[in-house]
Design a protein. Sequence first.
Length: 452
Amino acid sequence: MNQMSGVFSISTFKLKLTIVMLLGIGILVSSGAIAYAQETDPITALSEKLDNFVLIVAAALVFFMQAGFAFLGAGLIRSKNTVNYMTKSFLDFCIASLGFWAFGYALMMGGGGAAGFIGSEGFFLADFSDADLVSWLFQMVFAGTAATIIAGAMAERTKINAYFAYSFIVGAVVYPIYGHWAWNGEGWLAELDFADYAGSGVVHMIGGFLALAGAIVVGPRKGFREGLPLKGHNMPYVVIGTFILFFGWFGFNINSDTLGLNAVNTLLAGAAGATSAIYIVMIRTGKADIEMAANGSLAGLVGITAGCAYVDPWAAVVIGLIAGGLMVLGVAFVKNILKVDDPVGAVTVHGINGAWGLLAVGIFAAGHNDVSGLIDGNAAQLGPQALGLVVAIAWALGVGLLLFKMLDLTMGLRASEEEEDQGLDEPEHGALAYPEMAPQTGGIAPDPAEAD
């Protein structure tokens, strides 16, 4: 067989194979068309499947943010409480998810609500389609985020059983009710055109001001009022945690209709927040403080969360720059003016900058996804944004103070003085993050962060 006949033979085989493949595709398309004639258009079905896939990927990214919170918070506290903090970061997500499954999703996204204030359908995920379950998963990881924000502000002195209890209640009731008002189409804030795309208010303000309530009720750590240095013990943890959170935020702020806009705005705001925070601190102290830069980036991310789908990229930079500055000033305000001990800056990063994010929508929304603000000729948008802000503070702080006080009176909120001195790792978990640091005779080694 010469070279030409070989080529002809191969070409003939390819032609036959192509014909068979086309016939197969034709049969599949024809059968699909018959099935969809009774159900839905194939293009619509494909679009819905892609949307569901995007939501699943986004939910996975937001779920992975829990690792970021665990590393960040553990790095910002003393080493003797590392296991305790890691335990809380893992279990608050697990317990809040059960609360959201049983009650939270129905209260938040269920229909049959009472005058836009609360949902009443879908408890325990009864009678839901697969698409509804995808929606539940996506909403659930946000509920878990709101619950875990609280851990940082109450770190190093809160009993583990009380922590588990409020994680369930936050996921089951507190977070979902405000979420219903803002994100359910029947919610009264939504009816007033309140715009909070990914949760500066719904997730971060609720979590941040619940954290403030918890920190007030549990009281400060020993040495806080005396001005003793209560430093974090592991800056690599802080940086790793921030990287993970920044990465996960692309899932947090996702939108399948404006993927590029949301992603770019998220990146720019986080970068701007870190940059403004570190330059402010460098001007004040002469030191490039990575802790403040990390929290500055998170502040920028929180600030853009409400408006990521509504503002232009230049506005995302402005929002991030302001958020970084607010973070630096807010940490000092919470510590020196409110006299509240917040070891990781949760109240400032999430609460204060969540409020800024809501107002920023009213100022900078440029008409994307049908939301316009002051710069686009719609000053009226500031009204529902300000209202949603005030309601978030009142709801989270008011209910939070009541919740934590009830827990304090019933099961006790604060660890004993002896446990706080020793660190919560050994008394509450029987484990140490750094066992090689423990003395051979037993007990807990002095914490390096307290040696200064």
